[in-house]
Design a protein around this ligand. Sequence first.
Ligand code: GDP
Ligand code: IMO
Ligand code: MG
Length: 444
Amino acid sequence: MPGTCVIGLQWGDEAKGKLVDILTEAHDVVVRYAGGANAGHTVVFGAQTWKLSIIPSGILRGGVACVITGGVVLDPAKVIDEMDGLESRGLRMEGQLQISDRAHVVFPWHVVEDRLLDSSLSGGGAIGTTGRGIGPCYRDKVGRALAIRLGDLYRPDFREKVEHVVAFKNRLFASWPASTTTPLDAASIHAQYAAYAERLRPHVTDTTAFLLDAVEQGRRVLFEGAQGALLDIDHGTFPYVTSSNSSGVGVSSGSGIPGRWMDRVVGVVKAYSTRVGGGPLPTEQDNATGIHIRERGREYGTVTKRPRRCGWFDAVAARYTARLSGVDELAVMLLDVLGGLDELKICSAYEIDGRRVTQFPSQIADLEKAVPVYETLPGWQEELDTVRSEHDLPANAQRYVDRIAELLDRPVSIVSVGPDRAQTIIRGPEATRRPWLSPQPAKA
Ligand code: GDP
Ligand code: IMO
Ligand code: MG
């Protein structure tokens, strides 16, 4: 079967971009199926650094079809900017990049709403969104009445649609208590988006039909996740989440390709935890350890440049998202960052109201109370950036990776020890065993 999925198992930025770039070699098609310009995926090889946001990371390898599906919310200005940037560095978009006519379009009003709404979350702190209009665009998609899809930009009633939505949004913004928004101008927005539509025209197509043909013909398709499973709108740390299904459960709905075509799910984790924006991070280290991780891992957001919150690896959370996403094997990224610490901790349970639990809580109020129960492992002092074989990893680094595999009940098939493509260790055949697929006896 032809489908591989790459899914972040934490709160995003697990280095999915690096992994997708590596796995692209064995695939014919790379698909971005959820999220939008809130994502920032970095790929490094040689002296080159590439930053991608909406365009699949597979674009960096020539000859691979790259597809943005209808599950993505598409800001045309951002995607055109990204295309221009890639073309100026010698990459070809024509004939290689396809964009779904079903994708919902991010308009200026979505960005305004994102800014106005984020700080007014009922009963809690701000989500700390990326300000890219993601939530408001998905909200209009679900609400339907004010939604505009990419295919609509080519229809004769596009101008009328924009006028209708702008009139509605202007009334909404005017009624907002703290609103400082100047009214939107339908004519100029229409003109701007009509120009974007012309630029994108050669790329716009029915990607569902293309992908169904691709899998039925046995072409190998790689699904590139955005965000991380703990930011999933339904299964993540709601309300501190993004507005799409960013865990493995979102691959089919976002791409239109049934799960039966996917035979390999790679769960990507950092060797520690990070989070940007609001919401609980039980293992957060607001101390010297957190600073050590942030500085060694250069943990500053790709999209918003915000410092990322850092902490120990949370095996309760990652085991939950590995199961939720149907993960077969793990990629442990940024292992090098943990070098130089005497001791490392892994959270293997929570204590909530005096009770020890290993099941990830469904309620944010419980997660906020969770006190991590840690296992302590010995650290290593060696730099790992030149290690290329698992046998050359320091024993304590191997032990750390093995413990993650045990706690998540999945083999670690890939270990990353630096941002470059080359700084990657592919582990042996034991990494493809899948014992958790055998039926488990029911617990008494
Ligand atoms: P994504 O959103 O999941 O694609 O991840 P990001 O690209 O936002 O963040 C991962 C960051 O870590 C990027 O700056 C990568 O270049 C970098 N990176 C990837 N793998 C490694 C690694 O093994 N070690 C180190 N030190 N950096 C890495
Ligand atoms: P990649 O693909 C890390 C976070 C934001 C915020 C929350 C909601 O690079 O891993 P949104 O703008 O989506 O409404 O913000 O989700 N967030 C991410 N954090 N990596 C990402 O993407 C993220 N995309 C969204 O910081 O807390
Ligand atoms: Mg990122």
